[in-house]
Design a protein around this ligand. Structure first.
Ligand code: FES
Length: 76
């Protein structure tokens, strides 16, 4: 049996990586074809939103807030 859950992983100072059976729709409501995983921009500077285009690296994006993975391992 396969795991059909969607997983969202915030990458360190980068995009939110979405993995699993998810549909991505454009602003026009049409489905956007994508690979098995999607990197969604978290820095707000991508020129191809909602997808990450790597701009976060060149602008030195530093994510604020708590890393969910770190919080979980710390029991938060
Ligand atoms: S997170 Fe990569 S361009 Fe915004």
């Amino acid at each position: 049996m396969s795991d059909a859950r969607v997983t969202i992983t915030p990458l360190k100072n980068g995009p939110n990586l979405v993995q699993g059976p998810v549909r991505l729709l454009g602003a026009d409501g049409k489905e956007v074809e994508h690979k098995d995983s999607i990197a969604l921009c978290r820095c707000g500077r991508s020129s191809s939103k909602p997808l990450c285009d790597g701009t976060h690296r060149s602008i030195g994006f530093e994510a604020a807030g708590v890393d969910p993975a770190a919080a979980k391992s710390a029991g938060q």
